[in-house]
Each structure stands twice: as structure tokens, then as C-alpha cells.
Design a protein around this ligand. Structure first.
Ligand SMILES: Nc1nc2c(c(=O)[nH]1)N[C@H]1C(S)=C(S)[C@@H](COP(=O)(O)OP(=O)(O)OC[C@H]3O[C@@H](n4cnc5c(=O)[nH]c(N)nc54)[C@H](O)[C@@H]3O)O[C@H]1N2
Ligand SMILES: Nc1nc2c(c(=O)[nH]1)N[C@H]1C(S)=C(S)[C@@H](COP(=O)(O)OP(=O)(O)OC[C@H]3O[C@@H](n4cnc5c(=O)[nH]c(N)nc54)[C@H](O)[C@@H]3O)O[C@H]1N2
Ligand code: SF4
Ligand SMILES: [Mo]
Length: 769
């Protein structure tokens, strides 16, 4: 079973103190080094120099936006962006011979790192029922097989179509159109695992699920909170924006259980001063909060602001804004006034002085922004926590004005765009009405399955066919043993992918690998060379066009695969011109312009340098909620109880991985090298538990069912995390996250509050000799 270690995980662990700065010369050297290892200098030049430029490739690294045209650096990318792009542009190839040499069950024992290192997929492959090997199949037969399976289902709702956020707008629109024309809203996506909690909280309170902040706002803010986010590793160019804000006089408060390198000092690699000097201090204050303590923190801040207003009436709260643009203030104020300080201190692990000092920062700041990511969204009470942050912003009118706002920092480069294009199991009726008008069919109205509910349905045999468009569903999702068993129950699983991952080898009875072009590659169709479009975390929509020769002549683009699949499955049903979609993506954008609000004149506007920005109604003073006002809310919730001798584990990314795919076994900024099966624990806890650095333990999940959730063979690393808490890498620890441990309302897995205990390792671990 792969969720236990094998010889590929043999440990060369070495530990040094965590770094207190991020992104300088070593970072750039690492990126180029990784690139040259994977590919040639010429290909490196064709990809890196093109990245994030006006007519170049949109970086697949993350959703952080690019500066406006004219303000971009020659090297407008970061170390990690360079690594992601080179991981795709690698010269290594997987050919049919590879699958003759390795059976599926053998590959299922390999590490995520090894699978990814084998290179690009080059030909469609099939694993037939009863066989343990993938073999070649033509595109025609592969799509025919998939279409036949889809058409033989008792109901379209026995199929699920997963999307990961690298998929372009054009492919996403095509996929959701196909799924709905086929007859289902089962469109689980990575957003269900990522910012779903943000979407629900923002939608309910301000009427739109998207962030309200632009790069210009960041430059003009007086105070920026960076909550539950590790930008040094996961959104490196956010540090450039924060540096600029600081040079303009902004203050920064970081809220994080860990003293992440990028939150401390930043050495800007694009400036001589950054490379040679000590760098810029990023966070003026770091609140080392206990995981899940953020609701208590913001409630306490809100209470302090209300008290300041009481002592200096008319000077603290923005009454004009509260009266004209919000509702629910009284109930909220009454609830917050009853906040119990003992509980706040216990939940946050902070002191009253620390919290009061932040209140003072707020009182001195006219323009405040709150940024956040997975440290907030992946908890049971994530939605109430984010709603409480909205309360915090509303109190002083920090929404809709320049230099203010809510900034959920998205992960995948086009995860926001995929949602805009209709990838959601719960799209509102207005969207479905527009599809109906444009394409003349009745889209299903009943909500579909999200990621967690898809796994439940597979487990019960209610989902029989699964298509993954990008991503690595089996590794991204919780409860690995349960999820793997669920996937294996499917009749057919198919993956449209660039690289090999675990979702190809933990598969249904029949399985298909459908290899596709990546962002870096030229995409030539019947009506000429195509580009695609994406939407970043700040609602900027722009083009992306690759320059490299495709990794294999047999690759098809995502749009081609989906359009052909739709034609084969639907035959003459409906009047959707799949053939022209494939030949010219401009014809898809034409349709989008008539279906999706804000996309009028799409084809023309996206030709503008830098594309266009979708307007956010909040920035025009409009709150499109049921009442037309922003809603103050009353929020309940507390961190999970952690019994004595147990720890609260958060599962997070290392510096050297891309989601489910580790690139190396190092986590440079945290000072951890040579091993990913490590658990970071506070020294006092280790002393109490009688453990020391390097000791090997099993991590054992504790949940109300009697399933034995165990991640064996982890090495202990003393780390400055709050007492009673621990941190370890995803996806190795997903086996510990119960499928039913989800955020209320959003149904997002609570990946960052997993109650565990540590046991001395039961099985001897392989060592590198
Ligand atoms: N290099 C690289 N870049 C990436 C990715 C990648 O894998 N690699 N993934 C992309 C994707 S899809 C995403 S969603 C983003 C993710 O970006 P992040 O959200 O930065 O990713 P995580 O590693 O999950 O880190 C979560 C951070 O939250 C903190 N945290 C955990 N629990 C709490 C809590 O309860 N309260 C607070 N205040 N903080 C907490 C952790 O200590 C950690 O610093 O990055 C994107 N960018
Ligand atoms: N425990 C724990 N679990 C988590 C998280 C966590 O913090 N903790 N984070 C969650 C989050 S925020 C996210 S977003 C999910 C990520 O979940 P996913 O998005 O499902 O996973 P990725 O690792 O990004 O997918 C990598 C695969 O995508 C394919 N790929 C890459 N580029 C392309 C492309 O251009 N086209 C196609 N078709 N395929 C491509 C490659 O085959 C590669 O192997 O994981 C979630 N799971
Ligand atoms: S910050 Fe994100 S989008 Fe920008 S270059 Fe780095 S990885 Fe790519
Ligand atoms: Mo994500």
C-alpha cells in the first residue's frame, strides 16, 4: 500500500534552522539549475523569457496577477514559477514501452516524485478490465470507448467530471457545456478543496465570491494582513507587491502558526539592492496563532474596535458606510460584545497585548486589506471565520475604496476562471438560463456532486465513470485509503493529463490516459494557431500562448479532446458546433461572450495588451446580495478539542512541490532536507512525549469512526510551531484526514486541523545504505 513508505522514501534527513528571508540569488540559481536538469538551454530560454509577458505564456505556477503592461520586469517570474514551467517543458518522455516494463500495480507502489520524474505522457493508453498493464490505443478508439461507457450509464448522474485549475477558460467552458448537454451537474473541481469556503463566505456577505482587491489597491493600502498564507513559497511575486506597499509606507501584519521565511524578509531578485543587501522586512508583526484560532482573533479585534468607538464616539467606525451600505450591525455588535477573553486567548494562543497592538495598527490605518489562503479555508469553521473578516472590513468601510478590500489569494493559475466559465456543481439559474438561450437545450437544474460527495458516491457505487481534466484527484482529496478504494470501484476512470501521477495508477476497472498539450506548447488547429485565456486571482483576463514544439506529435489539446468526446457521446443531440470549437477557439469565446456576464466583446478585448479586468460590483458601491447591502453576520465556532497527549496537525506544502507533486525532498526555507516524511513539532511537546529530533513515529488519526488512519514512518523535527500543534506535508498525510471532516456550509475538507497522536514507529523503515 503506497500510503506507507518504501525504499523510494529512504531518508537522508538533515535539518538546519528555518530561514528568515525568502527569494534572493539562491532562489534564481535553483530555478535555472532545475530547468537545465530537466531540459535544454534553448528550451529554457523559449519558456522562461516568455513567461508572463504580453503575448507569452501565463505562468502555471499560481494565480498571482502580473503588473500592468509597461510595468513588467524582463524576468517577470519567480523561482517556483520557473520550476513549474520547466517541469512541464522537460525533455523526458514516457512511451508505450515504459508501460510494457511497468505494470499498473507496480506503478501504484512508486512515489509521487518518481512518477512525475518519468517525463511527459506521449500517447493515449488504455488499461482494459482484468489487465494489469496499460497498452496503446488510438485516439478514435479511446474516445469511442469513453463515449460508449458514458452512454451505457443508467443516468448521466452516474458520471463525474473533475477539473483542476490549470485548465484554460476555453477548455473549461467546453467541458461544462458537454457535461450539462450530457445531462449532469456533477462537476467537482479543485476549488472544492481550495477556496470553496471563501466563495461561500464572500457570496453570502458581499454578494460576490471573488476578491475585491487589485495590485493597485495593494500599493495604496496602509495596513495589509497576510493570514494563513505562505507567500514566499506559494505566491512568491506577492512579496514584490508587498515590498512596494512597504516602500509606500504600508504596515504588514502576518497571522500564521509558523514563522514562514517569506513573511519575515524579502530579497527582491529583480533588484541589485535585493540581491546584495539584507532585503526588506515584510511583516511588522507576526502573530503566531494556533491553527483554527482566527475566528477568535478577528472577533476579538472587532470587539476592541467597538469598544474604541464607545470611548471616542464617531471616530472609529465608518457610520456613513454602515448605515448606507450594510445590514445586521446590531445583532453582530451584540454578539461580539459578549466575546470572552479567556476563550480568545486559549483559542489563539496569543496574548491580549498582541491583539490590542494590532487594534492600534488598525486605528492608525485608513485603508486596510486582508489577504488569506489555505490557512483559513481548510478548517471546520472556515466560512464563519471569513465572514468575521468581512465584519472586520465593514466596520471601518474597508471595502470598495482604493487601497482596501478582501483578497482571497487563489492557488491554481486559472482556478478562478474555471468557475467563471461554469465549472461548479451549483451554478445559479441565471447561468443555466443563459446556456439554454444560447444553445437551445435544457441544462439539468438539480445541483451536482462536489469533490467530497463524488468520493462518497463512488464508494456507494453511484458514480461509475470518472473523467479528470488535469489534476490528480486521488492525491488531492482526503482519506487516501477510503478514496483509493472508491476510485477502484469505478467502471471507468479517464484522465486528461500532461504527466503521470497516482490518479493514472489507482484507477477504475478500465482506465484511460489521454495525454494533452501544456501551456508551454504551440497549439495548431484547422483554422490556425490558437491561444487560450485565463483569469487570475484579481479578475484580470488575458491570453496565454506557448512556443515549444509539442512533447509528442500525438498530443491533442484539451479543447480538441473534449470537443471530440462531446461529438462522439452526443451524436446529433443538440446543436452545439463542437467541430468549429475545436478548429477555432475564438468561436468558443464568442459563445462565452453571450453567456457569461462581463465577457461582452471577449475576442476583441482579450487582444488588448494585458487583456481586461472583470469589474467587481463591490468596487462600484453595489452589493448584489438579497438585500442590496453587505451583511454583518453572527459567527460561531471553535477549534477542535485536542485530547491530552494529542496534537493538531496541519497539512501543507513544502517549498519544492507543486500541489500533489513533490519536485525534490527538500524544503529549503524551513531548513528541512532529504526527506518529506517529517513531522514538525514544538520542542516542549517533544520533551513531554520523550521524543527527539530524527526519531521515527507513526502518525495516527483520531476521529469518531473506527477506521485506523495511519501514516507510518515519519521523522520528528523540532520546529517553532505553537505548542500542541504539528505540521506535515501533503499529500503524504492525506491518509489521516477523514472524508467527513469538512468545513460547515462549504463542504471543503478540513486539511489544516487534523487531530492525531504519535506512536513509536511500528515497522522498521528502509534506510539508504
Ligand atoms: N510553489 C507552489 N506554489 C503554489 C502551490 C504549490 O503547491 N507550490 N499551490 C498553489 C495552490 S493550488 C494554492 S491553493 C496555494 C496555497 O498557498 P498557501 O495557502 O500558502 O499554502 P499552504 O502550504 O497550504 O500553506 C498554508 C499556510 O497557512 C498557515 N496556516 C495553517 N493553519 C492556519 C490557521 O489556522 N491560521 C492561520 N492564520 N494560518 C494557518 C500555514 O502555516 C501555512 O503558512 O498555493 C499555490 N501556489
Ligand atoms: N492535505 C491537503 N490536501 C490538499 C491541500 C492541502 O493543503 N492539504 N490543498 C488542496 C488544494 S488547495 C488543491 S488546489 C488541490 C490540488 O489538486 P489538483 O489540482 O487535482 O492536483 P495537482 O497536483 O495540481 O495536479 C497535478 C497534475 O496535473 C496535470 N497537469 C498539469 N498541467 C496540466 C495541463 O496543462 N493540462 C492537463 N490536462 N493536465 C495538467 C499533471 O498530470 C499533474 O500530474 O489539492 C488539495 N489537497
Ligand atoms: S508568483 Fe505565481 S504566477 Fe507569478 S511567477 Fe511565481 S509562480 Fe508564477
Ligand atoms: Mo489550491
Amino acid at each position: 500500500m503506497r500510503n506507507a513508505p518504501n525504499e523510494e522514501d529512504a531518508s537522508d534527513l538533515s535539518v538546519s534552522p528555518p530561514k528568515d528571508w525568502a527569494t534572493g540569488v539562491p532562489a534564481v540559481a535553483h530555478a535555472i539549475g532545475y530547468s537545465l536538469e530537466q531540459t535544454s538551454p534553448r528550451r529554457t530560454a523559449l519558456t522562461l523569457l516568455n513567461m508572463n509577458q504580453i503575448s507569452g505564456i501565463d505562468c502555471p505556477g499560481c494565480a498571482w496577477p502580473d503588473p500592468a503592461p509597461g510595468h513588467r520586469a524582463k524576468n517577470e517570474y519567480c523561482e517556483n514559477g520557473a520550476k513549474h514551467i520547466n517541469d512541464e517543458a522537460t525533455s523526458r518522455r514516457i512511451t508505450p514501452d515504459f508501460f510494457r516494463r511497468h505494470s499498473v500495480s507496480e506503478l501504484a507502489e512508486r512515489s509521487d516524485l518518481w512518477l512525475n520524474q518519468q517525463g511527459r505522457l506521449t500517447e493515449p493508453m488504455v488499461k482494459r478490465a482484468g489487465s494489469d498493464y496499460y497498452e496503446s490505443i488510438s485516439w478514435r478508439d479511446a474516445l469511442e470507448l469513453l463515449a460508449t461507457e458514458l452512454n451505457s450509464l443508467d443516468s448521466p448522474d452516474e458520471a463525474a467530471f473533475y477539473t483542476s485549475g490549470r485548465v484554460s477558460n476555453e477548455a473549461a467552458f467546453t467541458l461544462q457545456l458537454f457535461a450539462r448537454a450530457f445531462g449532469t451537474n456533477n462537476l467537482p473541481d479543485c476549488s472544492n478543496l481550495c477556496h470553496e469556503s471563501s466563495g461561500f463566505a464572500l457570496h453570502e456577505t458581499i454578494g460576490t465570491g471573488k476578491g475585491t482587491v487589485s495590485l493597485l489597491d495593494i500599493e495604496h493600502a496602509d495596513l495589509i494582513f497576510v493570514v494563513g498564507q505562505n507567500p514566499g513559497s506559494n505566491h512568491p511575486r506577492q512579496l514584490t507587491a508587498l515590498e512596494r506597499a512597504k516602500l509606500n509606507g504600508a504596515r504588514i501584519v502576518a497571522v500564521n502558526p509558523l514563522p514562514e521565511a517569506g513573511l519575515r524578509r524579502f530579497k527582491n531578485p529583480q533588484k541589485v539592492r535585493g540581491v546584495l543587501g539584507p532585503g526588506v522586512e515584510i511583516a511588522d508583526r507576526l502573530l503566531q496563532i494556533r491553527p483554527s484560532g482566527d475566528l477568535a482573533l478577528f472577533r476579538a479585534l472587532n470587539r476592541l474596535l467597538l469598544e474604541s468607538e464607545e470611548s471616542r464616539p464617531g471616530t472609529v467606525l465608518d457610520w456613513d458606510f454602515i448605515r448606507s451600505s450594510t445590514s445586521g450591525f446590531e445583532a453582530f455588535a451584540e454578539h461580539v460584545a459578549a466575546t470572552d477573553w479567556d476563550e480568545v486567548l486559549a483559542q489563539t494562543g496569543l496574548t491580549r497585548e498582541e491583539i490590542t497592538a494590532v487594534r492600534d495598527e488598525v486605528l492608525h490605518s485608513d485603508r486596510v486589506i486582508v489577504c488569506w489562503a489555505m490557512g483559513l479555508t481548510q478548517h471546520r469553521y472556515a466560512v464563519p471565520t471569513i465572514r468575521e473578516i468581512v465584519n472586520f472590513l465593514l466596520l471601518r468601510g474597508n471595502l470598495g475604496r482604493t487601497g482596501t478590500g478582501a483578497c482571497p489569494v487563489r492557488g491554481h493559475s486559472n482556478v478562478q476562471g474555471d468557475r467563471t466559465m461554469g465549472i461548479w456543481e451549483q451554478m445559479p439559474d441565471e447561468f443555466l438560463d443563459a446556456l439554454q438561450r444560447e444553445f437551445g437545450f435544457d441544462p439539468p437544474r438539480e445541483h451536482g456532486l462536489d469533490s467530497v460527495n463524488t468520493i462518497r458516491a463512488m464508494r456507494e457505487g453511484r458514480i461509475k465513470v470518472f473523467l479528470g481534466v488535469a489534476g490528480n484527484f486521488v492525491r488531492a482529496t482526503p482519506d487516501s485509503d477510503v478514496t483509493e478504494a472508491a476510485l477502484r470501484r469505478c467502471r471507468l476512470t479517464a484522465q486528461i493529463s500532461t504527466k503521470l501521477n497516482r490518479s493514472h495508477v489507482v484507477c477504475g476497472e478500465t482506465a484511460l490516459i489521454l495525454p494533452t498539450l501544456g501551456r508551454t506548447e504551440r497549439d495548431i488547429q484547422d483554422r490556425g494557431e490558437q491561444f487560450v485565456t485565463v483569469e487570475d486571482s484579481m479578475s484580470e483576463v488575458h491570453r496565454s500562448r506557448g512556443r515549444l514544439e509539442p512533447a509528442s506529435p500525438l498530443l491533442l489539446s484539451e479543447v480538441s479532446i473534449l470537443s471530440r468526446l462531446a461529438r462522439k457521446t452526443l451524436g446529433d443531440r443538440g446543436e452545439i458546433p463542437w467541430e468549429s470549437f475545436e478548429a477555432d477557439y475564438g468561436t468558443i469565446r464568442d459563445r462565452v461572450s453571450r453567456v457569461v456576464p462581463g465577457f461582452h466583446d471577449y475576442n476583441r478585448r482579450v487582444e488588448e495588451p494585458g487583456g481586461f479586468r472583470l469589474t467587481n460590483p463591490v468596487n462600484e458601491g453595489i452589493f448584489p446580495t438579497s438585500t442590496g447591502t453587505a451583511h454583518f453576520t453572527v459567527n460561531h465556532g471553535a477549534a477542535p478539542d485536542v485530547p491530552n497527549g494529542h496534537l493538531m496537525l496541519q497539512t501543507l506544502r513544502s517549498h519544492d512541490q507543486w500541489n500533489t507533486i513533490p519536485y525534490t525532498n527538500d524544503d529549503r526555507y524551513r531548513g528541512i532536507h532529504g526527506d518529506r516524511r517529517v513531522v514538525m513539532v514544538n520542542q516542549d511537546d517533544l520533551t513531554e512525549l520523550g521524543l527527539s529530533e530524527g526519531d521515527r513515529v507513526d502518525l495516527v488519526g483520531v476521529w469518531s469512526d473506527d477506521i485506523d488512519r495511519r501514516a507510518p514512518g515519519f521523522r520528528v523535527v523540532p520546529y517553532p510551531t505553537p505548542k500542541g500543534c504539528a505540521a506535515a506535508y501533503y499529500p503524504e498525510t492525506n491518509v489521516l484526514v477523514p472524508l467527513d471532516s469538512v468545513a460547515e456550509i462549504s463542504n471543503q475538507p478540513a486539511f489544516k486541523s487534523v487531530v492525531i497522536r504519535m506512536e513509536k514507529a511500528q515497522v522498521a523503515h528502509p534506510s539508504r545504505t
